[in-house]
Write a protein that binds this ligand. Structure first.
Ligand SMILES: [Zn+2]
Length: 69
């Protein structure tokens, strides 16, 4: 399955930098309940989604592999 951006619904090309937004399960923070992929240029949409429940979302920039706050 080809990854689609959860922000603009367009395909994310192979090798294109992307953002992974993970929602952790409230009852078990080590479990990922939901995983969304975004273009880096669509990070505004990702941030908007994450700001709804900031405590449950972890954003990962795949190519830097660091957790953003
Ligand atoms: Zn996008």
């Amino acid at each position: 399955m080809k990854p689609r951006c959860a922000g603009c619904s367009k395909r994310i090309a192979k090798g294109e930098p992307d953002l992974i937004l993970r929602q952790v399960a409230p009852e078990n923070p080590t479990r990922t309940a939901l995983r969304l992929v975004y273009h880096v240029r669509c990070n505004a949409a990702a941030l908007e989604r994450a700001s709804e429940i900031p405590a449950l979302w972890h954003m990962t920039h795949r190519y830097i592999d660091a957790e953003a706050n």
